[in-house]
Design a protein around this ligand. Structure first.
Ligand code: NOJ
Ligand code: CA
Length: 701
């Protein structure tokens, strides 16, 4: 017998027997997904998910444990109410202008022997299933200290999985690809570049985790709407091919989340698709989130920006005005001691942004605090209303306004969170005074108060609080080192992006991001929300800045262009230095042209970790843009332009990997060609190893 058949048999034998009287089923509107739920003999809730007629999640336990009581067994069924929802909604910005939202819902209401009520709410969509636990107000004990979540996800085989370790403090890891039975985080110990890591359990992985089954079905385990709870990681049972929810604790490791009734957990989401492209197109996580809470959204605008940023990461400039040591020296590299955020240098970026049509200029290292921000676990480091003496904020605000550009504020907190919360209102008022409407926040280092982690309940609440406070001040926010997003940008669309994954910066000062990295991110981390990846590096060899440096960006230049289409974000940086763009203005033209808000999106082809080709139509216009990227393997694709409307011609500009391009040996060549195309035409794309192709399709009038 094959190993997988044996495993399936083993799983079948260990599954519970559920008496029929409590069994209920729920189908998705188009019957693609089916959920079954029931209680076993001892009153423990179990569920199962079938997709296109095959089991995707086999019978799996549900429930929670709390200090006050357990919500594990002894349940009886009170009622099982079904409702349906059909509709659609318009995101403020996004990959598509309108999102269909069709599901059937089941509220499975339970009561245990002690009289405790618990509702398990299921939603079945054609693209997957969500469930959460709800607790009405029920007297006696109203504050609940949750010690464990029992939700399990029983897989049906030893699927291939793409995952990062269940680190309480960081998501800036390279992905591992392996079978579920082989999941083991030990090798992540070797990663030196992540300064704040907390990997405790060697079989824990983060969500979203995406898997491919033997028949090609893809399944993603994720969460949606992380509000007042700690983030859900997963404990892997490598023997039984099962995942169990693992909630991030705080200093008292027995308590994972403290909640007051009435309350409900975030959604646990299971994304399903017959192939990889469907996972990329899924809107399940967004649909499970609450509608927009901001009444007037007219001030929320997607944008492209440049910034005083990469020059610090490549070691050309410093954040610190006194510039004796900073982040770079702390990671073992000498710095040249030249402050980046000077009035003169920022004016240079403002001029560049104005000349080439960028909306914003990010300025890092403008304020007091950078002297000892890194690695000290110290409170009261930064002052968010005090510029350095060589940064003339009055003059720069005037100059930016005159040039029609906005300065993007930077609030690196070094994870001294109480200090940031104390200064927050003043800091946002200060931004308003200077006409700034976007902020990038950062949480490098271990969290203060001590004993809290980036992914715990306390920090999840902080990040949401920042989204709410910035919204109240009409400020858009981009959070670095935050908990990974869970679709809350539907509710708070001023929360434009997060980093919360391994971004481009790692290519500047670490072993970097392998060529497959950007072919995995959209299938995992980015499913929860946009990432500020900061694409667009043209000078891909760090030896240009210092002959001793070995680091490279692990892509060709053409792939850097394609990332603007394949990595969706309403906030995209042109991350390289102005002088590097001015050397290649013909190639730079694509970054100038590519929009950051879309009417429509089509995933033309994709395989997790291998390649992605995406076509998107500009919001409110006829123009289309295509991005195609590959991992370390060269690939040829034939792309049919079926998505174009009939009867129109388009001027296509193709930015392709040049002859013999290769991410390692020959990353620079980009061949640019123009042709007229129409619906039905087929374009042949040739992608180099670690390469890509970007195409703009501008509609002829
Ligand atoms: C890490 C962030 O990801 C990066 O973008 C930023 O430049 C540094 N922290 C300094 O705040
Ligand atoms: Ca970072």
């Amino acid at each position: 017998m094959k190993r997988t058949t044996l495993l399936a048999l083993f799983i079948a034998l260990t599954l519970p027997i559920l008496p029929a009287q409590t069994l209920r089923t729920l189908y998705s509107p188009g019957n693609l997904a089916k959920v079954s739920i029931g209680l076993n003999k001892t009153g423990e809730p179990f569920y199962k998910i079938e997709y296109r007629g095959k089991t995707a999640v086999d019978w799996s336990r549900m429930g929670l444990m709390a200090k006050e009581y357990d919500l594990k067994d002894g349940f009886k069924l009170l009622s099982a109410k079904k409702t349906e929802h059909r509709g659609s909604w318009k995101p403020v910005w996004g990959e598509v202008a309108r999102i269909p939202d069709n599901y059937n819902e089941l509220a499975y209401s339970l009561q245990d022997e002690g009289g405790r009520l618990m509702i398990i709410r299921f939603r079945a969509y054609d693209e997957g299933v969500g469930f959460r636990y709800e607790f009405p107000e029920q007297g006696a004990v109203d504050t609940v200290h949750i010690t464990d979540e029992l939700s399990e996800f029983q897989m049906t085989g030893d699927h291939t999985a793409w995952w990062i370790p269940g680190d309480y403090d960081s998501n800036e890891h390279v992905y591992t690809t392996c079978a579920i039975s082989e999941i083991d985080c030990k090798h992540y110990d070797k990663e030196q570049a992540i300064n704040t890591k907390h990997i405790v359990k060697m079989k824990n992985v983060q969500t979203p985790i995406t898997m491919k089954m033997e028949d090609g079905t893809h399944i993603t385990l994720a969460e949606a709407g992380l509000v007042d709870f700690s983030a859900m990681h997963l404990e892997t049972d490598t023997k039984n091919l099962k995942f169990k929810a693992f909630l991030i604790p705080s200093a008292d490791s027995t308590v994972k989340s403290v909640n007051t009734e009435p309350f409900r957990t975030p959604w646990r989401a299971v994304l399903l698709s017959k192939d990889a492209t469907g996972i990329l197109a899924s809107k399940l996580i967004l649909n499970l989130n609450e509608p927009c809470q901001i009444k007037d959204v007219s001030w929320i605008k997607p944008q492209k920006y440049v910034g005083v940023w990469w020059e610090m990461h490549v070691g050309k400039a410093t954040w610190d005005y006194e510039a004796t040591q900073d982040m770079m020296s702390a990671t073992g590299r000498a710095v040249q001691g030249k402050h980046g955020a000077t009035t003169e240098n920022v004016k240079r970026y403002i001029d560049f942004a104005a000349k080439y049509g960028f909306d914003g200029v990010l300025v890092e290292g403008w304020n007091e605090g950078w002297k000892d921000w890194f690695g000290h676990w110290k409170d009261e480091v930064f002052n968010f209303t005090k510029p350095y003496p060589d940064y003339d904020i009055d003059e720069l605000s005037r100059y930016a306004k005159e040039k029609g550009v906005r300065i993007i504020m930077h609030h690196e907190t070094s994870s001294a969170v109480p200090s940031y919360e104390r200064q927050m209102n003043d800091a946002y008022a200060y931004m308003n005074k200077y006409g700034m409407n976007s902020v990038k926040t950062g949480y490098v280092g271990k969290i203060i108060p001590r004993g809290k982690w980036h992914d715990g309940q306390w920090m999840a609440n902080h990040f949401l609080h920042v989204a709410e406070r910035t919204a109240a001040n009409r400020i858009m926010v981009d959070m670095h080192e935050s908990v990974r997003p869970s679709g809350l940008h539907r509710t708070w669309p001023n929360w434009m992006a997060c980093e919360a994954a391994r971004g481009q910066e790692f290519n500047a000062w670490s072993s970097g991001n392998p060529p497959e990295h950007e072919c995995i991110l959209p299938f995992t981390r980015i499913l929860g929300g946009p990432m500020d990846y900061t694409p667009g590096i043209f000078e891909v060899r760090m030896s240009t800045y210092d002959p001793k440096k070995a680091e490279v960006v692990h892509t060709t230049v053409a792939k850097q262009l394609a990332l603007y289409v394949t990595l969706y974000s309403p906030l995209q940086m042109a991350a390289d230095l102005p002088e590097n763009y001015e050397k290649r203005l013909d190639v730079f033209q694509f970054i100038r042209d590519v929009p950051v808000d879309w009417e429509d999106t089509r995933i033309l082809n994709a395989e997790v970790g291998d390649y992605i080709t995406t076509a998107r139509r500009q919001k409110g216009a006829e123009n289309w843009f295509v991005g195609s990227i590959t991992d370390e393997n060269p690939r040829d694709f034939s792309i049919s332009l079926d998505f174009l409307p009939a009867g129109k011609t388009y001027e296509a500009t193709v930015y392709a990997d040049g002859p013999d391009a290769h991410w390692k040996d020959n990353p620079y060549p980009v061949t640019i060609r123009k042709q007229t195309v129409r619906k039905g035409d087929v374009m042949n794309l040739k992608l180099a190893a670690g390469g890509g192709c970007a195409i703009s399709l501008i509609a002829n009038q």
